[in-house]
Write a protein that binds this ligand. Structure first.
Ligand code: EPS
Length: 362
């Protein structure tokens, strides 16, 4: 496995397995002088963590970040920032019955074929536990983006199973366990998730992330397009099977006159493009959505094979999320922030001397 590093100038390497002693990351290329304290990771790590409501996995990890390097007297030094989180609540015996079999729709099968060896405990490296370190690195990127450019990255759940938000109020998203933008539907979601959990099944979800305040100019055509790198970053999150930028697949049914975002000095008339034109940010909000599949680890027996090709019924034990999409909001935000920070630094390197060439649209 050799692709554990993400980003060109601001790069993040993650390591560790779900049931190993620890997980961690090394952030390289962070500019010096950014104030950074271990307590700043708490908020986003708690938003992502298991065990915060009955609607997620009940594994209880402290997720305490140790800063091992790259910070001196509370400021980044420009040297690699190493972060470590020790795993404290792994229950490996839950995985005893799938050591020699493959959960349908899980990476168990493909890891086995690729490497000929796998760590079945909690899915090992394929576990969503790895996303903890993406969120930790994303905290650094979010902070730098906010301080240097006034960029704010925020997400919400935009669909859970067949349920879609009946209204949109960003101020309520953080106040309910579903990151849901319409408070009146929360009881319906609670009932839906309770019934789902009791049934032993799982469900998919859609998450949308919006980055406000991105200036025009970030993104490198041709092979480093902002939308291309967002798609790659978001698709690398566990369980993601689809990525849309702006209107995404809905553009297939639009006319050019409907899809174009017309320019006026009072602003663009719409944002079908999701804030990206030709792979470069336009100055409009950058909007990306992801589709997450239903968790493959379910309590209902499914047909599978063992390593020797014998037919088996697989039942997954353990503490799993009936809907991984719920905890994906901070993860998707982190990936968007990591891409934006890397692109911002790359833009500064090549085009930092290019001044405004035309009035900025409001
Ligand atoms: C996960 C399975 C569960 C989740 C885990 C992701 O692991 P375990 O069975 O060991 O409890 O709890 O999520 C986390 C531990 C986390 O921090 O996100 C999986 O199969 O991806």
């Amino acid at each position: 496995m050799s692709s554990n590093t993400f980003g060109k100038i601001f790069s993040v390497t993650t390591f560790g397995e779900s049931h190993g002693p620890a997980i961690g990351c090394v952030i390289d290329g962070c500019p010096p002088g950014l104030a950074l304290d271990a307590s700043e990771f708490r908020h986003d790590l708690d938003r992502r963590a298991t065990g915060k409501s009955r609607h997620t996995s009940q594994r209880r990890e402290a997720d305490d970040v140790e800063i091992l390097s790259g910070v001196y007297e509370g400021k980044t030094t420009g040297t690699p920032i190493a972060l470590l989180i020790r795993n404290v609540d792994a229950r490996s015996k839950d995985y005893g019955n799938i050591v020699d079999t493959f959960r349908p729709a899980h990476a168990d099968y493909t890891y086995w074929h690729k490497y000929g060896i796998r760590d079945p405990r909690g899915g090992g490296r394929s576990s969503a536990r790895e996303t903890t370190m993406r969120v930790a690195a994303g905290v650094v990127a979010k902070k730098w983006l906010a301080e240097k450019h006034g960029v704010r990255v925020a997400g919400y759940v935009a669909q859970l199973g067949d349920i879609v938000p009946a209204g949109f109020d960003p101020s309520v998203v953080e106040g309910n366990p579903f990151f849901w933008p319409h408070e009146a539907q929360v009881p319906e979601l609670e009932a839906y998730m309770d019934a789902l959990r009791k049934s032993g099944d799982s469900v998919g979800a859609r998450v949308t992330v919006v980055a406000d305040g991105v200036p025009p100019g970030w993104g490198e055509p041709i092979y480093g397009k902002l939308d291309g790198e967002l798609a790659s970053a978001l698709m690398s999150i566990n369980a993601v099977k689809g990525v849309e930028i702006g209107d995404g697949f809905a553009v297939t049914s639009l006319r050019g006159t409907e899809n174009r975002d017309e320019l006026t000095m009072d602003g663009f008339t719409a944002n079908h493009a999701g804030g990206i034109l030709g792979g470069i940010s336009s100055g409009q909000p950058v909007v990306a959505s992801i589709a997450l599949k239903p968790t493959s680890s379910v309590l209902i027996p499914g047909k599978s094979l063992d390593k020797d090709g014998n037919a088996v019924d697989v039942v997954t034990k353990g503490r799993h999320d009936p809907c991984v999409g719920i905890r994906a909001v901070p993860i998707a935000e982190a990936m968007v922030a990591l891409v934006l920070m890397d692109q911002a630094l790359r833009h500064r390197a090549q085009c930092g001397d290019v001044g405004p060439v035309t009035p900025r649209i409001a």
